[in-house]
Design a binder for this molecule. Structure first.
Ligand SMILES: Cc1cc2nc3c(=O)[nH]c(=O)nc-3n(C[C@H](O)[C@H](O)[C@H](O)COP(=O)(O)O)c2cc1C
Length: 363
């Protein structure tokens, strides 16, 4: 099965990359992503011009999300340029995307020193606010400093992803990495009556499976606004199916971090190994075939009543308990009241055994 994805002159043997963060913060971790995880390209932790003061603790895990107050790389630029990147480039056989941040002035210092090591750049503007004029200036500055491809990483607090896409394309960027973590968010420890995690202001950034649908929508909005931009999807990816969903939404490749913090670093290799079977299961011949598939606008359940596949029903009553319209009852079997049913679809998606169906228009 062909897992290759090609964009901006870069050829990736598979579409999964690590997202910028602690798992790509030094040589050992970059080599892990390349040689053990087998990622199609490797992205670095964001490098900037001044060393940050990172509040500790800085990573918190719940079941479906990660919260963090980590900043950019704790290693100074000189350590990356003199030690980490030269060592990484020995025997390197795949694209390296160097993540840099944040301002126009930072770019003037960073890009010339890092260019010799980079196949492409990813640019975080996470801490520079939402002013598109500032982002435009940063893009123009980078374009004047390098011919290499670069991807502007969009933060979810940017209000209009389509306007962001148009601005950065006009200013010379190759694409967008969408999205950075969501926030500011907060974590309260009830026992300690304390804000346990976070920067000095008490705020943290949230990532992982809970932000997947926001990331998908952002990818979709950007690709629709500017179809010629490369889009790298990131946010909440945790399995091979998620990778295909992002490609259908318009991504050319994807990145993952939080799911590996929740489930373990072996998840990168597992997802890459699972991709051929998952492509086959959903009827795709290759990654490029997923990318070129036009997404159906929407499934239409309008005015339809759910129905039960009795042999699959385990009578757990979850649909009865959760139906917001009081339309499901148990009378020897699950029954749906056509007078009350709103065709909302919750019962179909919540059923743990897939025993409830709703015909779509055209069935
Ligand atoms: C602990 C942690 C550190 C991160 N550091 C960076 C960073 O240095 N630069 C950056 O662009 N994004 C950083 N991110 C954001 C991730 O790259 C990614 O955009 C976000 O977590 C969403 O993807 P995920 O849900 O797969 O984690 C960080 C995220 C976490 C959880």
């Amino acid at each position: 099965m062909n897992l290759k994805t090609v964009f901006d002159g870069l050829t990736l043997e598979n579409p999964l990359l690590p997202a910028s963060g602690p798992l790509v913060g030094d040589l050992e971790k970059l080599l892990f992503m390349r040689d053990e995880a087998g990622c199609g390209a490797v992205v670095t932790k964001t490098i900037s011009t001044k060393a940050p003061k990172i509040p500790k603790p800085c990573i918190y895990s719940d079941k479906h999300y990660i919260m963090n107050s980590e900043l950019w790389s704790e290693h100074p630029l000189s350590t990356w340029v003199e030690d980490i990147l030269p060592a990484y480039q020995k025997n390197n056989d795949r694209p390296l995307i160097i993540s840099v941040g944040y301002s126009k002035a930072d770019m003037q210092e960073l890009i010339p020193q890092l260019e010799q090591f980079a196949d492409a750049f990813e640019v975080s503007t996470h801490y520079v606010g939402t002013d598109l004029n500032k982002i435009k200036e940063t893009v123009e500055t980078i374009r004047s400093l390098t011919d290499k491809p670069f991807y502007m990483k969009i933060s979810p607090h940017i209000p209009d992803p389509a306007a962001y896409a148009k601005t950065i394309k006009a200013a010379g960027a190759n694409g967008v990495a969408a999205i950075n973590s969501l926030g500011p968010t907060m974590n309260i420890n009830l026992e300690n009556r304390a804000i346990e995690y976070g920067a000095e202001d008490g705020f943290v950034w949230t990532s992982g499976p809970v932000i997947k649908n926001l990331a998908l929508a952002t990818v979709y909005k950007i690709k629709n606004a500017e179809p010629d931009l490369t889009v790298i999807g990131v946010g909440g990816i945790a399995k091979a199916e998620d990778v295909l969903e992002f490609l259908l939404a318009g991504a050319d490749a994807v990145q993952m971090l939080s799911a590996a913090l929740l489930k373990g670093k072996q998840l990168y290799k597992k997802i890459i190994d699972d991709l051929p079977g998952t492509l086959e299961k959903y009827g795709f011949a290759s990654i490029e075939a997923v990318k070129s598939t036009i997404l159906e606008k929407r499934v239409d359940y309008k005015d339809k009543l759910p129905w039960l596949i009795e042999e699959k029903c385990i009578e757990c009553m979850l649909c009865v308990k959760t139906c917001p319209y009081f339309a499901i009852e148990f009378k020897d079997r699950i029954t749906f009241d056509p007078a009350k049913c709103f065709s909302c679809g919750l019962c179909v998606s919540i059923c743990p055994t897939d025993a409830i169906k709703m015909d779509t228009v055209g069935d």
